[in-house]
Write a protein that binds this ligand. Sequence first.
Ligand code: SAM
Length: 230
Amino acid sequence: KLSKRLSKVASYLPEGALFADIGSDHAYLPCYVCLHDNTAKAIAGELNVGPYNSAVDTVNQHELSKVIEVRLGNGLQILNKGEVRQLVIAGIGGPLIKTILDEGIQKLDGVERIIAQPNIDAGNVRKWFYENGFTITNEAILEESGHIYEIVVADKNAAANPFEADDLEKQLLFGPLLLKEKTEVFFYKWKTEYEKLQRVIDQMNKATIKNDKKIQQFQKELKWMKEVLM
Ligand code: SAM
């Protein structure tokens, strides 16, 4: 059975998906998708040999080697231009997702949808989408086994722009669509983040050498969190 987190990620793939799962580890997600949709095809990419071998094993166990190809390599380097229409990058940090997208930007021809599940710093990924012509069309926030996960879905050539005429930086931090919904999990996450950031600022104010610029940025974010939590 697939985790709640990866099931949600998978739910954003269309029927008949032709996709790559970058950093696939055991290839659970592509196997799940291809077992439930016999018109779907996938490429599972892995940087490391251990997870690559696990991915090959899972694919073989499910007799899916005709529809899932496992490739060893860094980020989008394993792809040829135009090979896939959707891209999944899940379970890694936002900054690394951004680096993978930046370094592989010339491989994104033909990619219509990117489904990202950054473990930290989703704001970085939203910013990348915003700056690179991908429109955020769906977002989710969920809790599983004590962790909170955010999923950001972005489409090429989508008409609807999710941003309000409000502070863009603020919307990138919280997620333009998550801000409109403000679910219970959303409140829980940002209450926790608020308390964490408050402690960080207190510590920074006590330090002998103060990074005023950083404190100001954090203070601004803290103010946004307060507004959002009201
Ligand atoms: N995507 C799966 C998930 O969401 O459950 C696995 C997440 S696992 C925590 C992260 C995986 O990404 C690891 O197996 C790691 O080897 C792989 N990885 C890290 N950096 C990578 C890169 N630059 N290119 C491809 N894979 C990478």
